[in-house]
Design a protein around this ligand. Structure first.
Ligand SMILES: Nc1ncnc2c1ncn2[C@@H]1O[C@H](COP(=O)(O)OP(=O)(O)OP(=O)(O)O)[C@@H](O)[C@H]1O
Length: 275
């Protein structure tokens, strides 16, 4: 078996705003098909890292390779090509308020391709359905949607071009626990059905325990540790210990174990032929 291809490779990244150094000599690798949760204290530089990887923030030093392309030195055409293969869901959804959900979903299609209107409408309807929205949501404006629906509409737009990599900045922030759990499941389903790699910034411990294959902890201006949860939980660092061994971390872990046990016993239960 060959190791999965590295689709995001960050080396020696440095970001600085005036005298404030946000990242210094930061390295990170993400392999195809992984869901990697990025955590860290407020202001530790999670969003700046995301913006540096997708080219919205020019780093002071270091390199970012996306899908095998060194982004800082690539030609504009090549960068555009790689950017087309990346979908981004920003923290507040960042939908255009004057456009309907369907029109928002068509924005990346218009930006990157010349397609007949009817074809774009069909693609948009498909993405809206994949994001778990009812068919009539396409004609609605963002102001007519609930918070959870706004997230799903933004998700529909972020998968408009069938990306290889999906970047999510706090996708479950502001959702109630049921809405957040449903959104987590949706991300898992999309990973399976579209073969996505997911870079996910989150403060939501339940999300980490439910869907992430690995967790990268941002602290002290770099990625302190990037590993499976059971290893990260035991990492000897005060912030990591507070975060994972505090009451919220422990209850999220317990809930994840319970859910796992429920799934295992359901899978091993004899099939009675009824549902
Ligand atoms: N364009 C900018 N100009 C100046 N400072 C910036 C800029 N963008 C980010 N920063 C600073 O960089 C630091 C990291 O910001 P970032 O938004 O990445 O943090 P974060 O880890 O995502 O925080 P949170 O969890 O609160 O969203 C912060 O101190 C922020 O003020």
């Amino acid at each position: 078996m060959t190791a999965a291809e590295t689709v995001i490779e960050v080396r020696g990244l440095r970001n600085q705003f005036g005298a404030q150094v946000v990242h210094d000599d930061l390295d990170l690798d993400i392999r195809r098909g992984e869901i990697v949760g990025v955590v860290g204290g407020s202001g530790s530089g999670k969003s700046v890292l995301l913006r540096s990887i997708i080219g919205l923030n020019r780093p002071a030093a270091g390199s970012v390779k996306l899908l095998g392309t060194e982004m800082t030195s690539a030609s504009e055409a090549r960068r555009n090509e790689v950017e087309r293969r990346c979908g981004v869901l920003f923290q507040n959804g960042a939908l255009f308020s004057s456009l309907t959900v369907a029109e928002n979903t068509m924005v990346p299609m218009r930006e990157h391709y010349r397609l007949p209107q009817a074809m774009m409408e069909r693609f948009a309807a498909l993405k809206i359905a994949l994001a778990g929205l009812p068919e009539n949501a396409g004609a609605k404006y963002p102001s007519e949607l609930s918070g959870g629906m706004v997230k799903r509409a933004a998700l529909a737009r972020s998968i408009a071009l069938d990306p290889d990599i999906l970047f999510l900045d706090e996708p479950t922030a502001g959702l109630d626990p049921i809405g957040a759990a449903a959104f987590d499941q949706l991300i898992l389903t999309l990973r399976e059905s579209l073969g996505l790699t997911v870079f996910l910034i989150t403060h939501d411990l339940d999300t980490l325990y439910t869907i992430c294959d690995r967790v990268a902890v941002l602290s002290q201006k770099r990625v302190l540790v990037a590993d499976t949860l059971d290893k990260v939980e035991r990492y000897d660092d005060p912030w990591v210990q507070d975060y994972f061994q505090g009451p919220r971390g422990r209850s999220a872990e317990l809930a994840a174990h319970k859910a796992q046990a429920g799934r295992s016993s359901a899978a091993s239960a004899p099939n009675t032929g009824t549902r």
